[in-house]
Design a protein around this ligand. Structure first.
Ligand code: NAD
Length: 497
């Protein structure tokens, strides 16, 4: 019998009492590697009650102690980096290098959370009136919740619970049901690092479980990362229940190539950013916009994409892994067909892709279209597969207009040797993360990671340093200090004028 994924409810990991279990499958073989429960309503209720009770003491825990928990956790994650990455590859099919990157980006956030003391300092102003001082306090909210997607099972849970908990909150994590083993391992390591009982709870489920969290009166704030349809539902329902919500959603990221761009740089960057991780990154480049003479690079881009081979995660020659499940593969194949029937030129077709020894894997090979136009489904929809859509325009202005009209605004990138073009682009482009000669501009936690239009809903204080603003309330205290009190010896060290 395959492993049963445990829940963290109360003080320890236990098996759910539910009678509903879903298979967790290896996307290279379809072998069932574990079963994940759909936790019962009572179990989720108990998780919330536990986190609410734990909040009472955790909020009183000195900030240095909270920071030291993060330091111990960071050290343990670094120690376990390789084994975490291997487990992550097994359940997602990501190449080992990619999996290590997934874990590492999470470790960086934990490292950042260890700075919680300086991150959450307030402001003070003396003498706003005679004997009156004013200052802010930064205080935790209570029980926060996080719902995460399949594509970064280490990094995205680690975007959320370490920052929230470092701020003094307690947290309920509902990881993706498609790859829950890595998030559960992260929670085990958190307890091993010395996290007090109850401050982190892990529940499993799908829409019903998420809705229970979204409408729960004891949860004031909720973070979500996932597809746009679900993000919109989460944002609507959460805010309708008067919660603070941040919802990172889907993407359609353009890389613009100016005629003066350095060709080798562009080609290497495009190949990695478009089909790397099988295109299953919210910051993957899915549209290449060739400006003017840059269109001459099209045959070389095609050649570079054709050279990237999908394969098993343990094979160091693999350029990327399979799609997460057969439904995702079917969706990508359908979008490839739509591109062909809507008149785009399919220069490289990965629809029929085999990988030796893994005939059942959800493989799709690198796929490259040119002649794509804005009305095509290939352009309108997020594909989330190793498919690059090529478009041609005559000027940088046209490229900027195209990107600003796209429904999504997560990431974008410009390759050019011109400082003036780069300056114009970064000023006028309406997208959350912008790369100049950088294909996948994912910021470190000292900066925000957000998104424009359909790529992000809610509170822009989303990630890293800014997340402290999401996971806390600030309180402004205006205090009059009576001289009489001081005279009575409340603070004898002060010498009155
Ligand atoms: P998904 O929306 O299917 O699932 C995300 C989470 O929502 C999962 O935990 C899932 O169980 C839950 N969920 C699914 N259906 C639900 C419903 N009807 N009601 C309530 N909850 C539901 O997303 P996914 O396929 O796991 O992840 C891929 C998507 O995530 C892509 O669209 C990608 O662009 C996006 N993503 C965005 C970012 C970002 O930073 N903007 C980062 C990573 C992934």
């Amino acid at each position: 019998m395959s492993e049963r994924v445990r829940q963290l409810i109360g003080d320890s990991f236990t098996e759910s009492q539910t009678d509903q279990w879903l298979p967790v499958t290896d996307p290279c073989t379809q072998e069932v590697i574990a079963e994940v429960p759909l936790c019962t309503e009572a179990e989720v209720e108990r998780a919330v009650a536990t986190a609410a009770a734990a909040f009472e003491s955790w909020r009183e825990t000195p900030v240095g102690e909270r920071a030291r928990l993060m330091l111990r956790y960071q050290a343990l994650l670094k120690e376990q980096h390789e084994s975490l990455a291997e487990g992550l590859s097994r359940e997602t099919g990501k190449t080992l290098e990619d999996a290590k990157g997934d874990v590492w980006r999470g470790i960086e956030v934990v490292e950042h959370a260890a700075n919680i003391a300086s991150l959450s300092m307030g402001e003070t102003l003396e003498n706003i009136a005679r004997d009156v001082d004013c200052y802010t306090l930064t205080q935790p909210l209570g029980v926060c919740a996080g719902i995460t997607p399949f594509n970064f099972p280490a990094m995205i849970p680690l975007w959320m619970f370490p920052m929230a908990i470092a701020c003094g909150n307690t947290f309920i994590l509902k990881p993706s049901e498609q790859d829950p083993l890595t998030p559960v391992r992260l929670a085990e390591l958190f307890l091993e690092a010395g996290a007090p009982p109850g401050i982190l709870q892990v529940v499993h489920g799908q829409a019903r479980c998420v809705d229970q969290l979204l409408t729960h009166p004891l949860i004031p704030a909720l973070s979500f990362v996932g597809s746009v349809k679900v993000a919109e539902h989460v944002y609507r329902t959460g805010t309708q229940h008067l919660k603070r919500v941040q919802a990172f959603a889907g993407a359609k990221n353009h890389l613009v190539i100016m005629p003066d761009a350095q060709p080798n740089q562009v080609i290497n960057a495009l190949a990695g950013a478009s089909v790397g991780a099988a295109g299953q990154r919210c910051m993957a480049i899915s549209v290449a916009v060739f400006v003017g003479e840059a269109r001459q690079l099209i045959p070389r881009v095609q050649e570079a994409l054709a050279a990237v081979k999908p394969g098993h995660w343990s094979d160091s020659a693999s350029g990327f892994g399979p799609l997460i499940n057969p439904q995702a593969k079917a969706r990508v194949l359908e979008l490839i067909e739509s591109g062909k029937s809507e008149g785009a030129v399919c220069r490289l077709d990965g629809s029929h892709c085999d990988v030796a020894d893994y005939p059942k894997g959800n493989w799709v090979g690198p796929t490259f279209f040119t002649g794509v136009t804005p009305h095509m489904r290939l352009y309108q929809e997020e594909i989330f597969g190793p498919v690059l859509a090529g478009m041609e325009v005559d000027t940088l202005d046209e490229a900027i207009d195209l990107i600003n009209r796209n429904p999504y605004g997560n990431g974008t990138s410009l390759f050019t040797a011109s400082g003036a073009a780069a300056h114009e682009f970064q000023k006028r482009i309406q997208v959350g993360q912008v790369g100049i000669n950088i294909p996948v501009p994912v910021p470190l936690p000292m900066f925000s990671f957000t998104g424009w239009r359909k790529s992000f809903y809610g509170d822009q204080h989303a990630y890293g340093k800014q997340a402290v603003r999401f996971y806390t309330e600030t309180k402004t205290v205006t205090a009059r200090w009576f001289r009489d009190d001081i005279d009575r010896g409340v603070n004898t060290s002060i010498q009155l004028r």
